[in-house]
Design a binder for this molecule. Structure first.
Ligand code: ARG
Length: 675
């Protein structure tokens, strides 16, 4: 294994090399663009010669740049090789690097060759495949070298170097290259996980990430749309934290704006002595409804409410106190939900940005980016006239949701030094975030190296396929939904007669694990942009890809070592003495599924869809079932005494448990020892 210092050094170099390759490629492209290919007919002889000379120079420069790119690639590959067996590597990245090298050696004139590596769907065609020969043959043929893909594949094969990951390659069909992994490679990766006691993450370049999620509006009840944001945002944060990023989880609550005027005015009337005695507001939603009715019906009240907003924005003491009281009631409610779901978040609502809103308006004004529009001040994004503008200042001088997001993005990029911004809200806000991005770029706040993602999601539907509502048509209260989940989970456990074997405490732990786990998992399992039907019946099924099935699977897997009386510590110790058993076809099949884990999570970080991670969990447990059907781990005689323990297999069982545990942890599920 490499020392931490060596690793850091290599990672640093690799990052530098990556950056350099990127820069070089850009230079190359622009050079190629400047090479003159179409010569105008009315050109003079001197001009023509000058162009020819310039072209020659450019071509020379391209050759040098190409060589530099190759050298930098070598440095990167070097890192790959060194990490080859010691680290949790992405097999796809590793294979891509290996094939890139071979293809470049075979066809040095092709600048950016297509490197296509996929997992094979049929074991007949290897574990992975490289499908580059076909597009390469096409590229070569169209530039004048007629060649068939099979010959291209042969050419690539001849350049492949020995690798610590790959056992063999073979050409198949039209020019596919089938790739077979080495068992020793699998053993060493799994062994590292066992030794570490957990699945180690693959290396990624560390970033400062802000995940803006949950973000309900104060006084309006947190509803199931916010539940989706909470579950998805938490899981994304968990994943990024696991990869070693510096993650700031922000709850951008709606705690500012005009609705507070009416809430405060209503508070003043209903609890005139609110400054000395804390008002006993129990139900903020009713309180909100009452004040809204008055606001809509009573002109006097409306005027007073507006005045309160102005006073609030001027931070007037007594008004601020009233505002804080209302926020506190709401916060206490929210906290309960977060505690139950084990969600950690830092509250930094819209109010936090009040003074930054004032300064962003000045900044945009001084940059001449605001336009007058019927008394409003608006801002267009980069492509003027494309889409809709932001409203930065309303005609009454007040700020809007747009203003707060412009202030927030500046604060996050410049004060919090974030490289990556993630916003998790319903798909209805896509246009809002597109415009924020575009305006932030235009204002020079977002630079080209910043990454900004709007992680959008579809609506939650009731079993009647209509918007999720209570029978009486109200929005479903989150705390009541969680209560219902607990009730249904207990029913399920009783049905399975678990209450007869588990202690009171164990039963409670199982109940919570199942209830909250099934709600989270059902949400994450669906492609987030699709609508999904909220159904306790479906999510509590114990067959198919559900939290209940998977949580059971893990307890069963964990119980195997327990029946053999082998502790986790012992397994860890033995992992360095006994090789993990990967000889049997089903053992090796299971291991190859486990080895996909780094690719699965790296894939998730690319597009921030979590459903592939859920599908992976299910694939793991299916592969495990197949393995366990065919391979004895602990053999017993007829009277139930243990006669043989297959340690190599128990190690594979433990590696499977570690993977599932890690996935559950990333998805926010809490496995229990007994269920
Ligand atoms: N409070 C908003 C809502 O309930 C979501 C806020 C999302 N975050 C943001 N920075 N705009 O729709």
């Amino acid at each position: 294994m490499l020392s931490k210092k060596d690793m850091d050094l290599f990672n640093e170099r690799a990052t530098a090399a990556e950056r350099e390759i990127f820069g070089l490629k850009q230079q190359l492209e622009s050079l190629q663009r400047s090479i003159t290919t179409n010569i105008p007919s009315n050109i003079t002889k001197e001009e023509f010669e000058k162009l020819q000379q310039e072209n020659a120079k450019l071509i020379h420069r391209i050759t040098i740049l190409k060589r530099t790119v190759e050298m930098q690639r070598d440095k990167l590959d070097n890192k790959m090789e060194l990490f080859g067996t010691a680290d949790t590597i992405s097999i796809k990245d590793n294979l891509s690097a290996v094939f890139h090298k071979a293809i470049s050696a075979a066809y040095p004139d092709i600048l950016d060759p297509p490197v296509i590596v996929t997992t094979s769907t049929n074991p007949k065609f290897g574990d992975y495949q490289c499908n580059s020969a076909m597009p390469l043959a096409q590229q070569l043929s169209s530039s004048g070298t007629k060649i068939n893909p099979r010959d291209v594949a042969k050419e690539i094969m001849s350049k492949l170097k020995v690798s610590s990951v790959i056992k063999k390659y073979e050409i198949a069909g039209a020019g596919f290259i089938n790739i077979y992994l080495k068992r020793e490679f699998g053993q060493s990766v799994l062994c590292n996980w066992l030794w570490a006691g957990e699945v180690l993450p693959p290396y990624v370049k560390k970033k400062r990430v802000i995940v803006d999620f949950s973000s309900p509006n104060i006084a309006k009840e947190m509803h199931v749309g916010h539940l989706r944001s909470t579950i998805i945002g938490d899981s994304i944060s968990r994943l990024l934290e696991y990869l070693g990023h510096d993650v700031l989880r922000l709850n951008h609550v709606g705690d500012w704006g005009t609705q507070f005027g009416m809430l405060i005015a209503h508070l003043q009337d209903k609890f005139p002595n609110y400054l000395t005695i804390t008002p006993p507001i129990e139900d903020l939603q009713t309180f909100y409804k009452e004040s809204k009715t008055r606001f809509d019906e009573d002109e006097e009240f409306k005027k007073r409410a507006y005045k309160c907003v102005i006073k609030l924005q001027a931070f007037e003491l007594n008004i601020t106190k009233a505002w804080k009281m209302i926020c506190d009631v709401s916060r206490q409610e929210l906290e309960k939900v977060y505690t139950r779901l084990d969600i950690k978040l830092i509250e930094r609502g819209e109010s936090f940005y009040q003074k930054y809103m004032e300064s962003i308006v000045l900044e945009l004004e001084s940059k001449n980016m605001l336009e007058e529009d019927n008394g409003r001040k608006i801002m267009w994004g980069e492509k003027h006239g494309n889409g809709v503008p932001l409203t930065i200042v309303k005609s009454d001088g007040g700020f809007t949701y747009d203003t707060s997001d412009m202030a927030a993005i500046k604060h996050r990029v410049e004060k919090e030094r974030a490289d990556w911004l993630i916003y998790v809200t319903d798909a209805g806000q896509s246009l809002h975030f597109q415009t924020i991005r575009s305006c932030a770029k235009r204002a020079g706040i977002l630079k080209s190296f910043h990454r900004m993602d709007h992680v959008s999601f579809g609506a939650v539907l009731g079993e009647d396929k209509k918007k999720f509502k209570t029978r009486s048509g109200d929005t479903v209260k989150l705390s009541e939904l969680l209560d219902e989940g607990l009730k249904r989970a207990l029913q399920k456990l009783r049905e399975k007669e678990r209450d007869k074997v588990l202690s009171q405490e164990e039963l409670k732990a199982a109940q919570e694990s199942v209830a909250y786990g099934c709600i989270k998992y059902a949400d994450l399992l669906h492609n987030r942009n699709h609508e999904y039907v909220f159904s306790f019946d479906k999510m509590l099924e114990d067959k198919g890809n559900t939290a209940v099935y998977l949580l059971y699977a893990l307890t069963r897997i964990r119980s195997i070592a327990r029946t053999a009386n082998i502790t986790k510590d012992e397994l860890r110790q033995r992992s360095h003495e006994v090789p993990i058993s990967l000889e049997h076809e089903k053992e090796w099949k299971l291991a190859k599924v486990l080895l996909k884990f780094p690719d699965v999570i790296l894939g998730v970080t690319e597009d921030l869809y979590l459903n592939p991670l859920c599908e992976f969990c299910y694939e793991v447990s299916c592969a495990f079932t197949e393995f366990y059907d065919k391979c004895y781990c602990v053999e017993k005689n007829q009277s139930g005494e243990i006669i043989k323990i297959n340690m190599g297999r128990l190690l594979l069982v433990e590696a499977t448990a570690l993977i599932l545990e890690k996935c559950f942890n990333l998805l926010g599920l809490k496995p229990v020892a007994q269920m």
